[in-house]
Design a protein around this ligand. Structure first.
Ligand code: PHE
Length: 481
């Protein structure tokens, strides 16, 4: 059975893909990683990876979705059949579903922090507060499993409701309201940063390139971030691509997505660092940059409580337009495969991911250290889940590039890309050789660092593999020929 759903308008895929791409990755992760890794050099590697590896894989992933017109798992199964390739390629779908489920579990917890800060800002509780008070407030939030669970639940339920209402009434209509609002708010925050902060310092921090400043971890983080920020390698883009009208050029669309996503990260970085430098704070604060350093900057500035509140609404909107793209691929699969209704499918996915998210919640307090997890994996459950997704996403991207590059025929690709031979040749070169080499490089360089986690990581892969193999035997798919 294939989904015959198609987006209402030609431009909706672009809207939805930008909604997926622009998220906590741009507003929270990108600025703090840039801050930790010394600025410009990090951005250079990040931008190069986006353009040389990200865009070709983005084209490939959309192509697999649109060509199969099914959810990622069923779509890959369909493509392996129609192209007479090994069923092992189905692992692309399974890896994607696993990543979506894992990412949603912690993404929702972190987005939940933004609910807390929206509230704190708009009620003026942080106006004029000093560093110690704001730092203590963040620590108190993380120390409270009840509060974290409450926000996590609110966020994931809101995301589930949107997806549950369907791709037209829920996702499309939701995005049509959220996305324009986000761009307006982003510009307001930028203008505020320019007016009240130190824009020149921010610009020189972000755009002074000195590759020698970049550590090995910086390189890896930059490449990992470019996958995360484009939502690559985990089925979100494939699922949205399945609903895309056949007439649109994939090349142009993919380039547009990458440009908008990168521009949002840069504008967010400029705005945030203007405020941080303007308040004489340090950029290298890690994950606390947005939740401690930035509120501190807002606390000292005119109308800071109001603009800060609006900023956290921006964070929430961007996060929700991404989290719905994490639910969609798995929900669509459950609908196609098990004939569930959409609300049932969404409920199943969201409930499971919500429950897993409790591990992330506990990682900040009750299970902060000394649990079996730490003994086995040397880190908290949250860090471990994040590490797994950092492995799964590039791996998924690699497999997508290889499948699209080697298994799809020339005419199929030409039909999807709607471009000329030159672009086709460049794209094929990139997905066949350059992207795989880049991903392999990331993995090889990462081995010394993750040695201790290699065994659990391989273990997890074996579990996923066994699961995929198991269902190959258990499931009767004759009805779907
Ligand atoms: N791209 C999103 C962000 O930057 C995160 C995401 C990853 C969303 C993978 C969907 C799939 O926040």
């Amino acid at each position: 059975m294939s989904t015959h759903n198609v987006w209402t308008h030609k431009g909706t895929f672009l809207l939805a893909a930008v909604g997926s791409a622009v998220g906590l990755g741009n507003l929270w992760r990108f600025p703090y990683l840039t801050g930790e890794n010394g600025g410009g050099a990090f951005i250079l590697v990040y931008a190069l990876t986006i353009f040389a590896v990200g865009i070709p894989i983005l084209i490939a992933e959309t192509m697999l979705g649109r060509n199969s017109r099914r959810s990622p798992i069923m779509g890959m199964r369909f493509l392996t059949r129609t192209h007479n390739t090994s069923r092992a390629w189905e692992s692309i779908g399974w890896l994607g579903a696993a990543s979506a489920f894992l990412i949603l579990s912690f993404y929702s917890v972190i987005a939940g922090w933004a609910i807390h800060y929206t509230w704190q800002m708009l009620t003026g509780s942080l106006a004029g507060a000093d560093a110690a008070t704001i730092g203590a407030g963040f620590d108190a939030l993380l120390a409270s499993p009840a509060l974290l669970t409450l926000y996590h639940t609110l966020f994931i339920v809101a995301s589930g409701l949107i997806v549950g209402m369907g791709i037209h009434k829920g996702i499309e209509s939701g995005l049509r309201i959220i996305m324009p609002a986000l761009f307006v708010i982003l510009l307001i925050v930028l203008a505020y940063g320019v007016a009240n902060g130190d824009f020149a310092a921010a610009a020189s921090f972000l755009f002074t390139f000195n590759l020698a400043d970049l550590s090995l971890e910086g390189w890896l983080a930059a490449m990992g971030q470019s996958f995360f920020t484009l939502s690559l390698g985990m089925g979100a883009i494939m699922a949205y691509g399945a609903y895309m009208s056949s007439e649109i050029s994939l090349t142009r669309t993919a380039i547009a997505i990458a440009i908008v996503d990168t521009a949002v990260a840069m504008v967010a970085g400029l705005a945030i660092f203007s405020l941080v430098f303007g308040a004489d704070l340090s950029p290298g604060q890690g994950p606390g940059l947005m939740f401690v350093t930035l509120p501190l900057a807002f606390a000292e500035m005119p109308f800071g409580a109001l603009v800060g509140g609006v900023f956290f609404i921006l964070v929430l909107g961007a996060a929700i337009s991404s989290s719905i793209s994490l639910i969609e691929p798995v929900a669509a699969f459950l609908v196609e495969r098990f004939d569930l209704t959409r609300p049932q499918a969404v409920f199943a996915m969201v409930m499971a991911s919500w429950a897993l998210g409790l591990l992330t919640v506990a990682s900040f307090n009750v299970y902060a250290e000394g649990t079996i997890f730490h003994t086995l994996f040397g880190r908290s459950a949250f860090d471990f889940i994040e590490l797994l997704t950092n492995i799964f996403m590039p791996l998924g991207g690699l497999l997508i590039a290889l499948f699209a590059g080697w298994a799809l025929t020339h005419s199929e690709v030409m039909k999807e890309m709607r471009t000329n031979e030159t672009w086709f040749t460049i794209w094929r070169l990139l997905v066949r050789f350059v992207a795989p080499a880049a991903v392999a490089f990331v993995f090889l360089r990462a081995i010394p660092q993750v040695e201790g986690y290699l065994i659990p990581a391989i273990g997890a892969l074996v579990i996923v593999g066994a699961f995929a193999a198991g269902r190959t035997f258990l499931v009767d798919d004759s009805q779907e020929q």
